[in-house]
Design a binder for this molecule. Structure first.
Ligand SMILES: [Ca+2]
Length: 145
């Protein structure tokens, strides 16, 4: 009798949660602008409670999806630093900073500024701004044993 490899399919909210998988397939994330003024940390908690997390923008395709929501002004994204990283653990190389940004050693949280094509600007995390959450499960993982 043949023994076949066991295939396990797992859905993970972030790359960090399922780093050991055999094959990762990116799923489409849905972006949701939230027009409530909050600090970055409070916005992160809100998104994790009501959706999945603050928005990760991992590619130019997702960047277009964010811009297509057409909110106005600056909205928090899930991007913050010591070194810049996404709230949900993504470590992607895609970036969309405005020309002079990031600037200012005390500004550790990022917004998309929709009056400037959604380009990213860093701000003090304690400022209150509206924000973009995502929901859906951005990663689908397959394990083959
Ligand atoms: Ca700045």
């Amino acid at each position: 009798m043949h023994r076949y490899p066991k295939l396990t399919i797992s859905v993970c909210a972030s790359a960090a949660l399922c780093a050991a998988s055999s094959l990762a397939v990116r799923q489409k994330a849905e972006f949701v602008p939230v027009n409530i003024l909050m600090t970055w940390t409070k916005a992160q908690t809100y998104c994790r409670t009501h959706y999945t997390d603050l928005a990760s923008v991992r590619s130019s395709a997702e960047n277009k999806d964010v811009f297509a929501k057409k909110p106005s002004g600056a909205h928090w994204l899930g991007l913050y630093r010591d070194t810049w990283k996404w709230s949900d653990g993504d470590g992607d190389a895609f970036s969309y900073w405005s020309g002079t940004q990031p600037a200012g050693s005390t500004e550790h949280c990022a917004t998309a500024y929709f009056s400037d094509s959604g380009r990213w600007r860093d701000w003090l995390c304690s400022y209150t701004k509206p924000f973009i959450c995502h929901h859906g499960r951005p990663y689908l993982y397959f394990y083959i044993f």
